[in-house]
Design a protein around this ligand. Structure first.
Ligand code: C2G
Length: 129
């Protein structure tokens, strides 16, 4: 079984996220998502509109996602790759190069980010409506 992992906040789940998750899942047979907790989002200077539980619920509803685990800090990726016997780590290419240190443990892949959609745009539109 080829196991894939990716991480993110996945707030206001949208087409760009789902395209990323579909392509990630298509790299193997099992996709794990490290979902940023609200506390970790604070470390990323991000504030999600939706709670961790709601964001986790929505990811678990997707056919592409097999397991959602909490992402609590920047350092956990090395341990997660070992613990879950991950074959491929993948992220959108806004992160290109940032996680190449994982190449000692698994393949590292960056997918093209979907243009012109983002959680911050959606939040802005929601606040203006
Ligand atoms: N993404 C995408 N296209 C978009 C928006 C997002 O492909 N239009 C991808 C991002 O590149 C990322 C994933 O969807 O791989 C999740 O995006 P975010 O929720 O914004 O995640 P981020 O805040 O970048 O957190 O440790 C890694 C961090 O937790 C990543």
């Amino acid at each position: 079984m080829r196991r894939i992992i990716t991480y993110g906040t996945f707030d206001t789940l949208h087409h760009g996220h789902i395209r990323l998750l579909r392509r990630a899942r298509e790299l193997g047979d099992y996709l794990i998502v490290g979902l940023s907790t609200d506390e970790f989002n604070a470390k990323k200077d991000k504030k999600a509109l939706f709670s961790y539980e709601d964001r986790k619920h929505d990811l678990e509803a997707l056919r592409y996602v097999d397991l959602v685990i909490p992402e609590n800090d920047w350092e956990q990726k090395t341990e997660d790759v070992r613990l879950f016997q991950v074959d491929v780590f993948t992220m959108g290419d806004d992160w290109t190069g940032k996680f190449d240190f994982l190449k000692d443990q698994c393949e590292v892949n960056y997918f093209e980010r979907t243009p012109s959609i983002s959680s911050s745009q959606i939040r802005k539109m929601m606040s203006e409506s």
